[in-house]
Design a protein around this ligand. Sequence first.
Ligand code: ADP
Length: 168
Amino acid sequence: MVEIIKGDITALKVDAIVNAANPTLLGGGGVDGAIHRAAGPRLKAECAMVGGCPTGSAKLTDGYDLPSRFVIHAVGPVWHGGCEGEDELLACCYRTCFQLAEEHRINSLAFPCISTGVYNFPFERACGIALCEIFRALGEGSRVRQVYCVCFSDEDLERYQRILATFG
Ligand code: ADP
């Protein structure tokens, strides 16, 4: 089941929340900063040991003080106008999250709108890519049963729901 909800992803209790991280994995602003604050300093220590992550991929850590068991740190692309492989890199982030879900027996996942903040990816385009990959993974028999797409504002919630409606 796929649900678009509004809220703070750090408050959700699911098997894994996804972070919109940067390639250093050492924390930043936006949802990344919120996740690190809520998870506590042990998260940064584990991220430092992971040693970074390329754009378009993702790495899994413990969730520490978060209600969720794991954090999947996905590194979305910075939007440069759309001709630098941004769509495919964003799709790869979602695909890697589902691969990690299989490996770590994750049944419920919550995604923020990866790359749509300071990375400036056009919101509706990012939602379309996210939903395409989410439905593909579920259709291919992923063990994940529950997916939340978490929006941080009413406006984003409305826009995301409108894109979902086009998926029939
Ligand atoms: P990126 O660098 O990938 O663009 P940002 O953190 O700047 O990442 O933004 C990604 C999305 O996360 C934006 O849509 C932003 O509104 C949203 N966001 C910010 N804080 C939170 C939060 N606590 N919970 C859920 N979404 C959040």
